[in-house]
Design a protein around this ligand. Structure first.
Ligand SMILES: O=C(O)CCC(=O)C(=O)O
Ligand SMILES: [Fe+2]
Length: 223
């Protein structure tokens, strides 16, 4: 891992893909951890998502607003317990808009996109032990609106690639606690994944063992 000697700076990783280190203050990280704990208690529990070919994801996931299962969104968690997922709270819409403004807000078009942003689903991923995520596109949404990704807890390697395939060229970015990563525009359908998490790197004051990642998205689905 890189040293903490120099502050990490906002970086445009690819057109439309922006990394803002340390965007979420510690107090709000703790609030978000609590919110994730609540969502993981139900109505739908955290689960290892089953893939159509029989594989099981090492990450554990719970969804808010709409439930994602490979490869569609539904209101009920039909591959888990059939329950309707928790509603998408207004404060999370607001957090998504603030995040977009944080990443894109240095020009008028970016500020307009932030105001118009209306995320209606969040995938909450929990990485413990050796959990990782293979290269994939987020492409089950019918909206081209950006994906807002917030990381809390252990640092990971986030691999951000290209729209053509899983391979190179890609850029490996370390995502630490509080980091924001937004991918939209020309990067909206870029392949990305998490090849490695560094266990035990979270600040103990956070009260979380492992890594949480929230991705906020617009499904583009009606009501
Ligand atoms: O954990 C991450 O940083 C990425 C999560 C992700 O790509 C996803 O949920 O689709
Ligand atoms: Fe993804």
């Amino acid at each position: 891992m890189t040293s903490g000697l120099f502050p990490r700076e906002r970086a445009v990783v690819a057109p439309g893909a922006v990394h803002v280190p340390g965007w979420l203050p510690a107090a709000r990280q703790r609030e978000l951890v609590e919110a994730c704990r609540d969502w993981a208690r139900g109505p739908v529990p955290l689960r290892h998502t089953r893939l159509p070919r029989g594989g099981v994801m090492s990450v554990q996931t719970v969804c808010v607003g709409w439930h994602w299962q490979p490869y569609r969104y539904t209101r009920t968690a039909d591959d888990v317990n059939g329950a309707r997922v928790a509603g998408f709270p207004d404060w999370l819409v607001e957090l998504g808009r603030e995040a977009l403004a944080g990443a894109y807000g240095d020009d008028a078009a970016g500020r307009a996109a932030a105001e118009a942003y209306a995320p209606d689903t969040a995938l909450v991923n929990f990485y413990d032990g050796d959990a990782k995520m293979g290269m994939h596109q987020d492409k089950d949404e019918r909206s081209g609106a950006p994906v807002v990704s917030l990381s809390i807890g252990d640092t990971c390697v986030f691999r951000f690639g290209n729209t053509e395939g899983r391979g190179r060229p890609y850029t490996d970015v370390e995502l630490g606690s509080g980091d924001l990563f937004v991918f939209g525009g020309a990067s909206r359908f870029a392949y990305h994944g998490v090849p490695k998490v560094y266990p035990g790197t979270a600040d103990p004051a956070l009260g979380l063992t492992g890594r949480l990642n929230l991705t906020l998205r617009e499904t583009g689905l009606p009501g």
